[in-house]
Design a protein around this ligand. Sequence first.
Ligand SMILES: *Cc1c(COP(=O)(O)O)cnc(C)c1O
Ligand SMILES: [Zn+2]
Length: 467
Amino acid sequence: MEDKVNGLLIPEPEGELWYSCIECDFSTPLDRFLYACPRCGGLLRIEDKNFDRLLQVSPQVWREVFDRRRFLRIDALKGAFTFYELVLPVIPLEDIIYLGEGRTPIVRANEELSLLVGVPFFLKYEGLNPSLSFKDRGMVVAVSFINHLLKKDPQRKVLGICASTGDTSAAAALYLSYLPKDRVISAVLLPEGKVTEGQLGQVLGAGAVVIEIPGVFDDCMRIVEELSAKYEVCLLNSKNPLRIQGQKTYAFEVAQQLGWDTRGLVVVVPIGNAGNVTAIMEGFLDLKNLSLIEELPTILGVQSEHANPIVKWRKTGVYEPVKVRPSVAQAAMIGKPVSFPKVKRLVEEHYGEKFKAVEVSEEEIMEGMLLANRYGHVVCTQGGEAIAGLRRAIREGIIDREGKVFVVNSTSHQLKFLNFQQMYFQDAFPPEYGIRTEESLKNRPIKLPPDSSRIAEFLGLRRKNEA
Ligand SMILES: *Cc1c(COP(=O)(O)O)cnc(C)c1O
Ligand SMILES: [Zn+2]
C-alpha cells in the first residue's frame, strides 16, 4: 500500500479528457475551449475516456493519496488540484495556478443557532476563498487551462469574458490578472446596479474591463453566449464545463473532511445559475463511481421566492424560466439557470428523491444571514438563504432529521453583501423585497463624546472597589 500511495502522490498527465454533449452523441477531445455542442447546441460535460485506470487503484489508496497531498510542499497540489485525477489530469503541474483556493473549513454551527434552525448543522465557509466565494474553485481550473494553452502556443492571446451577478467576475478578474498582461485581457459584463459595491470594487481593482448594461443577469448571459458563439473569446461562466470540473472539489472536500463517510449526509446549497449544484452532484457521483464513498448524499437546493425556477420544476414537474424579482440573495437572482438540463439529468439518472428543493422568502433570507452572524459565523445573503432553507425543510418535514449530518454551503463572505445588512438596519428596503424588519436584529453605532465617564455611564459599568 505504501508503495502504491507514494507512486501516485505526485501525478502526471494521463487522463483522456473529452467534451461530450449531454443531449446527443457528439464528443471531441479537450484541446481548446468549447461551450456548447456544435451539433445540437446542448450543454457539454467533461468525460475522462481513461477513467477506468483510476478503478485499478483501491479506494483506500486513493483516500490516502488525497489525504496526504495536503502535507506536500507542492503549490500545484494544495488547492483544487489536490484532486488532480478528478479535475483536469491533462495539464502538467507547472501549468497549474494556485492562489490559495479550496480547503475551506467546515465549522460546527453555534448551539443556540442550531436550536433556532431546528437541527444541529455545519457550515462550510466558501467565503474564505481568495476572491471570497466558491467561484474560485471553478475559475482556477479554467484559468489554469488557459495558462496551459498559452504555454503551448507562445503566439496566442486570450480575452476572457463572463457575465456575472458579481462573484464570477470577481473570481475571473482575480485569476486572469495573474497571467501575463500582454497576452491576456479580462472583461466582465455586469447588470448595472445589481452587483454590490464590494464585488464591483474587486473587479475594478484587478484591472478588468468592466461593461455595465441595463437589465439583469439573464440579459448579460444571453450576450456573452452570443459573443462566445460568434467571436474568439474565452467564456468563463459555468456553462464552460471546466468551471464545473473545479467546483466538484467542494464535494470532494466535504467527503474528505467527514472522513469519507457520507452516510446520512445532507448538503444544503443555494441555487442560481445551477452550476454549483451540478458540480456538487457530479462530484459526489465521481466519488461513488470510485467507491470512495458508499452513498450519495441528499442535496437540498434552496431558492428565493423571487427567483425560483428549480423549486417550481420540482413541485410541478414542469420547467419554465421565471422573471426574477429583486432579491437580497442577489448572486442567485437568476430566472433561467443555464445548467438546468444538467440538473434534470443528474436527478433523473442518479439522485431521484435525494434531490430536494425548497423556497424561502426574502425576509427569511435576511434573518438567516443576520442570525448566523450574531452567533459567531460569517455568512452572506446566499448563506443566509441556505440556512433559511434548512430551517424550512426541517419545519415542513421535507427532510427527516434523524441520523442525518447537515452541511450548509456558505457560498461567499459576509462583507461582499454588507449593503443588504445596511438596508436592513436602516429599514431601507424598497417594497418589492417584501421585507419587514425586526428591531432585535438591527444594530448601529452610538455616538458619544471622548470621555471615559460618559462611556462608562452609557455602558452601565460598576466602579471597581478600591482597596
Ligand atoms: C454564484 C453564486 C451562487 C449561485 O451559484 P450557481 O452556480 O449560480 O447556482 C450562490 N452564492 C454565491 C455567493 C454565488 O456567488
Ligand atoms: Zn449535441
